[in-house]
Design a protein around this ligand. Structure first.
Ligand code: U5P
Length: 213
């Protein structure tokens, strides 16, 4: 858990590092390699499966300068989402990602920052068939920000118009074709970058290249 909130981090870095590795030690290795230049990290089900929940807790505890987001992509009913969110907060996560289509009545209570996914990097999905409705559902959810595809600039621009004060975080940078410069220009606050950094032979150089954009 970070002492900085996500808006403060935004002033220092525009990259959220995603790690989805099989091997437990790689999580530590990548974070060692990038050091303090990375301020925010997104973990998901691969991290829970590889490290176990105690391992994730240790990883977060061992990097208390960073803001950690759990990409749970929650899409269950409210009392289950609430239990999961409380457990994730207990592991040290600062934020959690949920699907927007489940609506406000199924959203978890704000034990931590909630980011609502309203469109995906790969598809088409039902979100694309009904982006306006997805946005309406999302507006009714108590949240810190939204997740919008970094490889679809038009959707980022529409989302920024509709969500002027949300923190917009955008995956799909690098390996899935998106560019961080383009995503930020269209209104994203952060680009989420996974393989282009953690599979790079020089993760620090790859990170610097993205930050220069
Ligand atoms: N992610 C997507 N697309 C979405 C939502 C989330 O790729 O629509 C997540 C993946 O789960 C992964 C990261 O953690 O963003 C993208 O990884 P990479 O393509 O940068 O390796």
């Amino acid at each position: 858990a970070s002492h900085m909130n996500i808006e403060e981090i935004r002033g220092r870095s525009r990259v959220i590092l995603a790690i989805d590795e099989e091997e437990p030690r790689k999580y530590w290795n990548v974070l060692d390699a990038v050091g303090s230049s990375v301020k925010a990290v997104k973990l998901g089900w691969m991290a829970i499966l590889s490290l176990g929940s105690d391992g994730v807790k240790s990883l977060i505890n061992g990097h208390d300068d960073k803001y950690f987001i759990m990409d749970a992509k929650m899409a269950d009913v409210n009392f289950i989402n609430e239990k999961i969110a409380r457990r994730m907060a207990g592991l040290g996560f600062d934020g959690i990602i949920m699907h927007g289509f489940i609506g406000p009545s199924n959203a978890p209570p704000s034990v931590m920052d909630v980011f609502v996914l309203i469109s995906m990097t790969q598809g088409p999905t039902l979100y694309d068939a009904s982006l306006e409705r997805a946005m309406d559902y999302t507006k009714a959810i108590d949240r810190r920000g939204i997740v919008v595809p970094g490889n679809k600039p038009d959707i980022i621009r529409k989302a920024r118009e509709q969500f002027p004060s949300d923190v917009i975080i955008s995956p799909g940078i690098g390996a899935q074709g998106g560019s961080i410069g383009c995503a930020v220009k269209h209104g994203a606050d952060f680009g989420i970058v996974g393989r282009s950094i953690y599979e790079s032979s020089d993760p620090v150089e790859s990170l610097k290249r993205l930050e220069r954009e």
